[in-house]
Design a protein around this ligand. Structure first.
Ligand SMILES: [Zn+2]
Length: 218
């Protein structure tokens, strides 16, 4: 491997070590180089600056952009001591460097107590299904008039088509029907197709009855 790559990566690791020694933050360092020269560098400064976004990569990107007087890192290479977290990866995409090299992996970081797996897990979820976010209140973004809606079922996600059990008028049986949802709020979800006003459906988890089209209610 190119000697320069190794030298820049060593510098990133040195910055990580210095940052810890100087109580600046977590053990992460980052170097940004262009045409074989360092144009920006930094270490994690989260705890010393009370800034949760002051990850090494963000600090280095800011320094490099300041030096280059540009909001893009065109032609630059990012050397970071650890695989970028989702936030830094986003910042790197926005800055558009030419390449990224990292040393430790996110599994190494997790082992050392810096686990960003929960962010990756949340990002992989479809919109409207982020169970770890607690609800402290609701903000009304829009009010929909004239829509049929039901309480949000366990697996009810925005714009999904699901199978729900619709309860017969006599209340003794429930029949599986296909329902297409539209927009959702915290507690309710718009029904676009499959149900009409007055229909009753079962909202609890019915996945145990996936193989049945009709069930008897007790
Ligand atoms: Zn980060």
């Amino acid at each position: 491997m190119d000697e320069k790559h190794i030298a820049f990566m060593r510098r990133a690791i040195e910055l990580a070590q210095n940052g810890v020694d100087n109580d600046q933050g977590g053990p992460f360092g980052c170097v940004i180089a262009k045409d074989g020269q360092i144009v920006g560098e930094g270490c994690n400064e989260v705890t010393s600056t009370n800034d949760p976004t002051a990850h090494a990569e963000v600090v280095a990107i800011r320094a490099a952009c300041r030096n280059l007087e540009s909001f893009q890192l065109t032609g630059c290479v990012v050397y970071t001591s650890c695989e970028p977290c989702p936030m830094c990866l986003g910042a790197i995409y926005w800055a558009r460097p030419r390449a990224v090299f990292f040393s430790a992996t996110r599994a190494d970081a997790a082992e050392a107590g810096f686990d960003d797996a929960f962010v990756y897990d949340e990002l992989a979820l479809p919109p409207g299904a982020r169970p770890d976010l607690s609800v402290d209140g609701t903000i009304q973004l829009e009010k929909l008039d004239d829509v049929v809606f039901v309480g949000r079922p366990v697996f009810g996600q925005q714009d999904a088509t699901v199978q729900l059990f619709k309860i017969d008028p006599d209340g003794k049986y429930a029949q599986k029907v296909k329902v297409t949802f539209g927009r959702s709020s915290v507690n309710t979800i718009e029904v676009k197709e499959g149900l009409k006003v007055g229909d009753k459906v079962i909202l609890s988890d019915m996945s145990a009855y996936d193989n049945y089209d009709r069930i008897k209610l007790n």
